[in-house]
Design a protein around this ligand. Structure first.
Ligand code: THU
Length: 131
C-alpha cells in the first residue's frame, strides 16, 4: 500500500530528469495505478514549443501504454514559488479520460508539504463524448 507521502517524494525525485532548456521550470509526476504500480514522469520540452509534453502526461502515457487504465492518485511536484503547482488545462482534460471525480491530485512542494485535491475540484464539468 503506497502512502501519499511516498508518492509525493517520487514526484519530487522525478523532477530531476526534466528536460527544460527553454523554461527552466522542472516538473515531476508520479501516478499510482490501481494495482499498486507507480509510474513517474518529467516534463520534456522541444524547440517547437507545442511539442513539449508535461510531466503528468509522460507518467500517465507510460502507465497506459503498459496496459494500466485505472488510477488511484497522481502527485505533481514543482517549485511554483508561493503557490502549489496546478496541472495545465491539457493535462486536466487528459486526466479526465481516466480519473474519477474523487481521484486525489497531490500538488507537491516537497514530500512534507503538499495539498491533496479531488480531481473534480480542479476540473469540474468534464466533457464526455457520447458513444
Ligand atoms: N508543465 C508541466 O510539466 N506540468 C504542469 O502541470 C504545468 C506545466 C511544464 C510544461 C513546460 O515544460 C513547463 O512546465 C512550463 O510551462
Amino acid at each position: 500500500m503506497t502512502d501519499l507521502k511516498t508518492l509525493a517524494s517520487l514526484a519530487v525525485e522525478a523532477r530531476k530528469n526534466a528536460y527544460v532548456p527553454y523554461s527552466h521550470f522542472t516538473v515531476g509526476a508520479a501516478v499510482l495505478c490501481s494495482d499498486g504500480t507507480i509510474y513517474t514522469g518529467c516534463n520534456i520540452e522541444n524547440s517547437s514549443f507545442g511539442a513539449t509534453i508535461c510531466a503528468e502526461r509522460v507518467a500517465m502515457t507510460k502507465a497506459i501504454s503498459d496496459g494500466h487504465l485505472k488510477f488511484d492518485a497522481i502527485a505533481i511536484a514543482a517549485d511554483n514559488g508561493d503557490d502549489y503547482i496546478v496541472p495545465c488545462g491539457i493535462c486536466r482534460q487528459f486526466m479526465s479520460e481516466f480519473f474519477s471525480p474523487q481521484t486525489p491530485v497531490l500538488q507537491v512542494k516537497s514530500a512534507e508539504d503538499f495539498l491533496v485535491t479531488p480531481f473534480e475540484n480542479l476540473f469540474p464539468g468534464v466533457f464526455v463524448l457520447k458513444k
